[in-house]
Design a protein around this ligand. Sequence first.
Ligand code: NOJ
Ligand code: CA
Length: 552
Amino acid sequence: MKNKTWWHDKVAYQIYPRSFMDSNGDGIGDINGIISKLDYLKELGVEIVWLSPVYRSPMDDGGYDISDYYDIDPIFGKKEDMDKLLEEANKRGIKILMDLVINHCSDEHEWFQKALEDPNCEEADYFWFRESENGPPNNWRSMFGGSAWENVGGNRYYMHLFSKKQPDLNWENPVLRQKLYDMINYWLDKGLGGFRIDAITHIKKDPTLRSYPPDADGMAGCFAPTRNFPGIGEYLTDLRKNTFDKYECVTVAEAAGVPFGDLGAYINAEDGYFDTMFDFSYSEPYAYGNGWHDCFRPGEWDFAAWRDTLYMSQTETEKIGFGAVFIENHDYPRSMDKFIPDAYRSERAQRMLGNMYFFMRGIPFIYQGQELGMTNTRMEKIEDFDDISTKNHYRVALRDGLSPEKALEGVMRYSRDNARVPFPWTTGENGGFTTGKPWLKCHPDYKEFAAEKLMKDENSMYHWYKNMIRLRSEYKDILVEGSFAPMDFGNEKSVCYSRTSEKGKIVSINSFTPELTEYACGEGKVLNGDGIHSYENGVLTLEPFGCALILL
Ligand code: NOJ
Ligand code: CA
């Protein structure tokens, strides 16, 4: 019988390869760099590593634009380096997940190149080409800003939900689907641990390609017509049956926009499309106005609503399967800059965020640098950024009349490059990331976060994370499969929950309050905590933004 749950008790770590470790001094992180740091990951306690894409790519969107699915990009190394990484990781009990980007490829992929040359060739139908006389075929907006259609001369357009160098693949075409399956099986045959699957809820488009009711800019967001659109299940089932089902691998879907009611289809333990998924319902504390990464119109943080969604994500997922929990990745600002109001920034608050999500039910993901307590970076000018989405949003902001200063301020706060700066290994030059010039500027405070330094300090954030990983393993009988229940101690701004199994009960208590707060949780043993003011007669009092993990 296939073991479908081997990954439940493990902790996963996301590497953004360009920024992790450079082995050859060209300023870009690479696979050999990752190999040289596997011991660091093992020491931390990580057993699953998700690599953002390392396939051949022109790097328009950091590798999420793949021009050859079978090859490794020369900036990252060779195919043999990838084989070596799998081997070396295996030796250390670490499973590698690659990123699977199959909603779109690169416009430099040979399929697209052929399609451009000959509109009647087989490959032309692997994409969404349409003829249209008066401008784009419909009013859909790309997630990176601007129209989702690009003209290729005459009346011919193609669809791209992300950048124009990322043409969307046409999943209606069975030949294309088979080609993707062959490629997936090729990688799984190498002994991969599995995949994180990119933008997968977008593979089905509203086949009518009609325009949708427009926003103020005359365009319509592409979520309604292309995200979790009815009929997507047929493709996802076909995908699973032809690939993942044959392997003991884990699949983690980037599944934005899946309503709780559809979780069953996505991740039920029997025949869900995937093993687990990232639920993004609680990942945006602010009510952003107009689509993804709209940094210029942040709304208010409705804490209670956000917390309810978080709790609901947990309870709904538990009914169905096993989730994947996270507070950071390569697409978001750092968690301190996202969840903690400016006035209350502190290392304590960061620890609390860790304690809050790490013991929820599901496999926890740590994003590189999160374990060092990294915060958002600072850039002086728009030219310092690399991220395509940041640049596009900056352009749109200027077009809409914002001053360059305001526009920079807006994108700075939300830019994906905040999480993509080089990993600070040491306090030396460029944080020991490279001996050359880093492809993206190092964080100005990199010395504060240097791994080498924090590893020597028992009270550092690094040890906080290492200890959380240890605790999850030590108390796995409760913390892995134990059930989740929200707890209400009457504190408006707290996240509190219990995890219970026949082996016992553990509660996680986390304060988002700038005052002392009391929690009558009962007597127990403190397993983890920061900012514990007192714990007497079953009443825990936390300092502002404090937290505790208690075995009852
Ligand atoms: C989600 C990825 O995480 C993001 O980095 C990328 O830009 C889009 N999908 C498009 O592939
Ligand atoms: Ca390199």
